[in-house]
Design a protein. Structure first.
Length: 515
């Protein structure tokens, strides 16, 4: 290891407040040292295993204080590094210093910064610091989407946490062009084109954690709206055991994956976790003995050992064209991001008939609706009956914070809607420091699954309606409504969340009426 770079702090002006005790991020990452939260009066320094202990001499000289040393594994060190530096200077504080001057546009039009890690960026441009701060804060809080919305009265930043949007920042309206232009530069979009929507992506690291940020711009009356979707590449390692699927849905999904051919469909609204479920299934199948190919729009996570192709409508690479092409690549398993038209549906059916296992998604409200949707795309009933193996429907509900949830008796309306006995103990959200006052922390999946057996196969072939198929499919397995009610009984979520995802068909109403 090279001699440590000097960390002697520059003397501050007398009028400035004393600088907080800390280690510069670039030095901490390079040399494997990070300051941990203080316990009492003693400082604690975490040292990454394998780092040169001589670096502690330079840290001691920089801090001018004694400290305790704790050796940690590399993965734990990366977590400490990300947690400590992600909020270095909040986005709100940086927004206060954002001033648009004549030279700002020159800075925005300059070349893309070469820094790979946004925490390691020392750019002086206020817009750059603002964007970096917003993304870093969002990644630390587990935000899925960042909405940057210009209005005549100001620029509003909202973040989606656990499926719910919250306003986190409000800035003057003149800031909007600078912020949007900077994001477009980072995503390699055309900053001169403001009349048409654009899509791009930004690759970032945050304290060693890989982030993929998808960027979408949309012209609006007061300027361009921007939505940033944050994809944490660590989620690509999600497997079936971590998915939260239990009981009958877990068994049905695993049985479907073990089939040599056929179609497995995952259904649900946008943002319900369908892609994560499919990726977990692919990881289960990715044992090196199969050729697994996908066609997606877009490719959200890279999976080692899986051939992934991205749809590009501009050059004619649609889902149907991509699926037709990858069937000539000798695949064993094929994943289609979405079946959205008749041509794609027909090719998927033909692929399953010729010995391939096909995984895909459709947009319907429940599992039985996926069968109706495939019929609407004019797939012959006898072909659908012979190829469909399993259908999984899912939702995501907010998980109650286990530190502050409060037990209450279910009121009459909740009892009637959920089929509980009056006075049943359920839990409600309260809010504490652990959950940032929301009462919820994270989300949990709600699943229902249909295994296509001989009876359902006959119903599909004969054109049976949804109620007949549902009555048989959920005779001994939970549907979305009953699965959500079980989570309420277990104190995992609230009655409001369960009612939001419950299916309200005739069968469900009868079940509730019977108590």
């Amino acid at each position: 290891m090279a001699d440590p770079v000097s960390l002697v702090p520059v003397e501050s002006a007398p009028a400035m407040p004393p600088r907080p005790i800390d280690i510069p991020y670039a030095f901490a990452r390079k040399n494997g040292v990070v300051l941990l939260p203080q316990e009492g009066d003693r400082l604690i320094i975490a040292v990454r295993e394998g780092s040169d202990p001589r670096v502690l001499l330079e840290v001691r000289r920089h801090l001018a204080r004694s400290f305790d040393v704790r050796f940690v594994e590399p993965a734990e060190f990366d977590r400490h590094l990300s947690n400590h530096y992600a909020m270095e200077g909040s986005a709100a504080a940086m927004a206060g210093s954002l001033e648009v001057g004549a030279d700002e546009l020159d800075i925005l039009a300059a070349d893309i910064p070469t820094a790979d890690d946004l925490l390691d960026s020392a750019d002086d441009a206020p817009a750059i610091r603002l964007i970096n701060g917003i993304i870093a804060e969002a990644a630390r809080q587990g935000v899925s989407d960042i909405h940057i919305e210009p209005y005549e009265t100001g620029l509003i930043v909202r973040m989606r946490v656990d499926g719910v949007l919250r306003e986190t920042l409000r800035m003057p309206p003149h800031v909007a062009p600078v912020v949007v232009s900077r994001i477009k530069v980072m995503a390699r979009l055309d900053i001169a084109e403001r009349r048409v929507p654009q899509d791009g992506r930004i690759g970032l690291t945050l304290g060693g954690k890989l982030l993929d940020v998808r960027v979408s711009t949309l012209p609006s009356r007061a300027g361009e709206r921007v939505v940033l979707r944050i994809l944490d590449k660590e989620n690509a390692g999600m497997n079936l055991d971590l998915l939260g699927m239990t009981g009958a849905p877990d068994r049905i999904f695993r049985e479907g994956l073990s089939e040599p051919n056929g179609i497995i469909l995952v259904t649900g609204p946008t943002g319900s976790g369908k892609t994560t479920t499919l990726y977990a299934g692919l990881r289960q199948l990715n044992d090196g003995s199969r050729n697994i190919l996908t066609v997606e729009d877009p490719v959200e996570y890279a999976i080692e050992g899986v051939g992934q192709t991205q749809v590009n409508a501009k050059v004619g690479l649609t889902f149907a064209a991509g699926l037709r092409a990858i069937l000539r690549q000798d695949p064993d398993v094929v994943m289609v991001g979405e079946i959205r038209d008749r041509e794609t549906a027909e090719i998927a059916v033909q692929a399953s008939l010729t010995g391939h296992l096909v995984l895909s998604t459709v947009h319907t409200n429940d599992a039985v609706g996926a069968i109706t949707r495939m019929r609407d795309m004019r797939v012959e009933p006898f072909l659908l009956a012979s190829t469909l193996r399993a259908v999984i429907a899912q939702r995501l509900v907010r998980r109650l914070c286990q530190h502050c949830r409060e037990p209450v008796q279910a009121d009459k309306s909740a009892s009637a809607l959920l089929g509980f006995d009056p006075g049943t103990i359920i839990y409600k959200a309260r809010g504490c420091e652990e959950c940032s006052g929301s009462g919820y922390k994270g989300r949990i999946g709600v699943f229902e699954a249909i295994r296509v057996d001989d009876t359902i196969r006959r119903l599909i072939n004969d054109g049976g309606d949804e109620s007949l198929i549902a009555r048989h499919a959920f005779l001994n397995a939970p549907n979305l409504g009953s699965a959500a009610r079980a989570l309420v009984r277990d104190g995992q979520t609230t009655a409001e969340e369960a009612i939001r995802v419950s299916r309200r068909d005739a069968t469900e109403v009868e079940t509730i009426a019977d108590g």
